[in-house]
Design a protein around this ligand. Structure first.
Ligand code: SF4
Ligand code: MG
Length: 315
């Protein structure tokens, strides 16, 4: 709640004063046990930063992250490490996130070596179990990352993320680097693991058709702010925020049952340094009116479980 991340950047040659990047501004959401929240938006909107803040890979400028009611931002040292075992992270790039000089067995066992007091034999047994869970053969353990395809490497990353029995996993564009034909296999694996292990996911993606396959609820971010959050059904069939409608209109197969008028997106996302006043979307919103340029809309619930930050949906 109230999650905020501001970075300072320096003005460069012109020796201007340091400027502040509003990467994430007052973002609030919950993820229930066993649930997937999809987090979508264009690149640069702050969604990856939210993912990193939630597991404290980076420190928030303000706000709070609670896991099962316990504040993570107050913890440090051992208490933080113990809590962190329950939260893992899967990165976009299955090529860059695996050490090419390590065997798969050691990659998967690495978190266990640091965190848990298991014997070598117990670790090897757990590696076999994890390979089986992600659909890789036992002999994969002795190979190196370059011997695998992109989809198989992402399975290795998933096995590593599961090694400490987490409850919650942040998945940052986990299938974006993969061929479309392989994306569905990895997404289906993640859904199966979620059901079998009772995992919760924050699933970050710019791709609304991928999110549709895995999310229970979807949150939409624009320029550091959450602009809409709803169940998947509500969001895809009846999107409320003009930005969400624009994103959905750009998806190859928009929902034939959608009852809303499509919105066309003009221009690029503005800089998060000095973001537009009022509604941050007003510079690109075809429906913007005077009030949008001066008053910032609040994220407000319109129907049960469906909230949007737009003056048109909350007069
Ligand atoms: Fe568009 Fe105004 Fe709504 Fe912002 S508040 S999304 S500018 S109509
Ligand atoms: Mg990103």
């Amino acid at each position: 709640s109230g999650l905020t991340k501001h970075f300072r950047v320096h003005g460069g040659l012109l020796r201007r004063k340091p400027q502040v990047v509003h990467a994430v501004d007052d973002v609030n959401f919950e993820i229930n046990a066993g649930e997937t929240l999809g987090l979508v938006g264009e690149s640069g909107c702050g969604k990856s930063t939210v993912g990193r803040l939630v597991v404290r890979l980076i420190e928030p400028s303000a706000g709070s992250v609670r896991l099962n009611g316990q504040e993570l931002c107050d913890l440090d040292g051992r208490a933080l490490r113990a809590r962190r075992r329950q939260c893992q992270f899967i990165f976009q790039d299955p090529y860059g996130s695996l050490n090419p000089r390590m065997r798969v067995a050691d990659i998967i066992a690495e978190p266990m070596a640091i965190e848990a007091s298991l014997s070598a034999a117990e670790r090897a047994e757990r590696v076999t179990e994890l390979l089986h869970l992600v659909g890789l053969p036992e002999h994969a353990a002795q190979k190196y990352p370059h011997e695998f395809s992109g989809g198989q490497r992402q399975r290795i990353c998933i096995a590593r993320a599961l090694s400490l029995n987490p409850r919650f996993i942040v998945c940052d564009e986990p299938v974006s680097a993969l061929d479309v034909s392989v994306q569905a296999q990895v997404v289906n694996l993640m859904r199966k693991l979620q059901r079998d292990l009772g995992l919760s996911y924050l699933f970050i993606s710019h791709d609304l058709s991928v999110v549709r396959h895995i999310a229970d609820r979807v949150a939409v971010m624009y320029l550091g702010k959450l602009v809409e959050i709803a169940t998947k059904r509500q969001l895809y069939a009846n999107p409320s925020h003009p930005y969400t409608r624009a994103l959905l209109a750009a998806v190859p197969e928009p929902d034939p049952q959608s009852r809303t008028q499509p919105v066309e997106l003009a221009g690029d996302i503005p800089s998060p340094i000095d973001p537009p006043k009022g509604c941050r979307f007003h510079t690109r919103c075809p429906l913007a009116f005077d009030r949008c340029r001066v008053e910032e809309p609040v994220l407000r619930e319109t129907t049960d479980g469906h909230a949007a930050a737009c003056h048109l949906s909350s007069p």
